[in-house]
Write a protein that binds this ligand. Structure first.
Ligand code: ADP
Ligand code: MG
Length: 241
């Protein structure tokens, strides 16, 4: 939104050069499908946030990203937009099974991500399917949907691991992208073992993204188990206030 940047008190403390640089980072300047550009316009997004401007171009070029930026900085679109583009460009369909998995620490956060994914896909008339795999939901219904093919999965760790291990006909061998969102919280909430088991089961040839609010030693250790950190792009947005 434009409210904070037009606040005169806040502008004094910002570095104008940096702001001018980021002012050029519009979604329209990105090599995105018409479907996604249409969706972004419909959702009212024109200017990328800092974490988006630093992550999305790297992700669109196929790189892995380890990103840290505080809550509210726009991390959801930073990973969802490249995922949707990747599957769109691969013409990923139901018969291909699952092409992208996003892990979230809580059901509530998973549902928020699902909402943004739904907005992107429906407003952009994308053909890809998407679904929630979360603790507390009906396991059998989830399994039936997975067998039919859910292209983009938004999941909590325990339930996803359950399906990876036990749901026959859940096709994830074609996976193209794997996201750990709020990685610091995933670790804090005791999901480290589940997450490490998930990483072991998933195909190794894939694009991986890890986002968190804070870059801690534990998050860095987790990144090393899932990402070739030598070739990954590290994005860190410092707090401005
Ligand atoms: P984070 O995951 O970093 O906490 P979110 O992805 O939940 O942040 O985004 C926070 C808010 O910012 C949401 O309301 C979202 O709609 C909004 N937002 C995200 N990207 C943009 C953008 N490029 N322009 C304007 N608002 C945005
Ligand atoms: Mg978030």
């Amino acid at each position: 939104s434009s409210s904070s940047s037009s606040d005169p008190e806040k502008q004094e403390t910002k570095k104008p050069k940096k702001d001018n640089f980021f002012a050029m980072d519009t979604f329209a300047s990105l090599p995105l499908s018409e479907n996604t550009q249409t969706a972004l316009s419909a959702m009212g997004f024109t200017q990328m946030t800092h974490v988006q401007a630093m992550s999305i171009p790297a992700l669109l070029s196929g790189k892995d990203v380890v990103g840290a930026a505080k809550t509210g900085s726009g991390k959801t679109l930073a990973f969802l937009l490249p995922i949707v583009e990747l599957l769109h460009n691969a013409k990923f369909g139901s018969r291909n099974g699952t092409g992208a998995i996003v892990i979230s620490p809580t059901r509530e956060l998973a549902m928020q991500i699902y909402g943004v994914c739904k907005d992107l896909c429906t407003n952009g008339k994308h053909n890809q399917t998407y679904g929630l795999i979360i603790g507390g939901a009906n396991r059998k219904t989830e399994a039936e949907r997975l067998v039919k093919g859910v292209n983009i999965i938004i999941a909590t760790p325990g339930r996803l691991l359950d399906h990876l291990q036990n749901t026959k006909g859940f096709v994830f061998r074609n996976l193209l992208a794997f996201v750990m969102d709020e990685a610091d919280r995933i670790l804090e909430q005791g999901f480290e073992d589940d997450l490490r088991s998930i990483i072991k089961i998933l195909p190794k040839q894939r694009q991986t993204m890890l986002f968190s609010a804070t870059q801690t030693k534990r998050v860095e250790d987790l990144a090393r188990t899932a990402i070739d950190v030598k070739s990954a792009v590290y994005v860190e947005v410092p707090n401005e206030t």
